[in-house]
Design a binder for this molecule. Structure first.
Ligand code: ZN
Length: 170
C-alpha cells in the first residue's frame, strides 16, 4: 500500500504539476488513493500526500454524491460567506485547529474518463475540496490558522518531532 507522507517532506510544499494522461494507470492510482484514505479514516487525500506531485485528489465525505475524484481541478468561484470549522490532515497527524473557509465553492475538473465537469459544492464538501486543493499549491491547513493557534501547534509539533528530525520546523 502507498504511504502517506507527513509534515517535513518537501513534496507537501511543492506546487503540483497538471495530470497529462488519464488512463488505466491513473485510474489505478485513484483507486489506490481511495484505499489509503479509507484505511486512515480520511475524507480526502491529495496526490502530493502520497509523494505524487500531480494535480489530483480524491474525496469521500460519506454523504450522497460525496465520493469524487478530481483531476486538474480549478476553483472558479468562492462564496464571500465563510464558516469556521475544526480541521485535521492525514499529513499532519494529531494536530487539529479551526480554519475559516468559504461555505460554497464552484470547481471545474476532469473526471476519471477525462470528461470536463463543474460542481458547486457547499458545507463539508466545499471545505474538503478547498483543503485538498490547497495541497496542490503546497499549502497546509496549519498555514491558515490564526496566530494564537499556530503558536500552540508549533509548540506541540516541536515536542512531537524534535527528537526525530530537528529540521522539521524550518
Ligand atoms: Zn490534508
Amino acid at each position: 500500500m502507498m504511504k502517506i507522507i507527513t509534515l517535513g517532506d518537501e513534496c507537501l510544499r511543492r506546487s503540483a504539476e497538471p495530470v497529462v494522461k488519464i488512463d488505466g494507470v491513473l485510474n489505478q492510482r485513484i483507486q489506490d488513493m481511495f484505499a489509503v484514505m479509507y484505511a486512515k479514516n480520511g475524507i480526502g487525500l491529495a496526490a502530493p500526500q502520497v509523494g505524487d506531485s500531480r494535480r489530483l485528489f480524491v474525496i469521500d465525505t460519506r454523504e450522497e454524491k460525496g465520493k469524487l475524484s478530481l483531476i486538474n481541478p480549478k476553483i472558479v468561484s468562492y462564496s464571500s460567506a465563510e464558516v469556521e470549522m475544526e480541521e485535521g490532515c492525514l499529513s499532519v497527524p494529531g494536530i487539529y485547529g479551526p480554519v475559516s473557509r468559504s461555505s460554497v465553492v464552484t470547481v471545474e475538473y476532469l473526471d476519471e474518463q477525462g470528461s470536463e465537469r463543474i460542481l458547486k459544492a457547499r458545507d463539508l464538501l466545499a471545505r474538503v475540496i478547498l483543503h485538498e486543493y490547497d495541497h496542490l499549491e503546497g499549502t497546509l491547513f496549519i498555514d491558515l490558522l490564526k496566530p494564537e493557534y499556530l503558536e500552540k501547534i508549533t509548540r506541540e509539533l516541536s515536542e512531537a518531532h524534535l527528537q526525530k528530525d530537528p529540521g522539521v520546523l524550518e
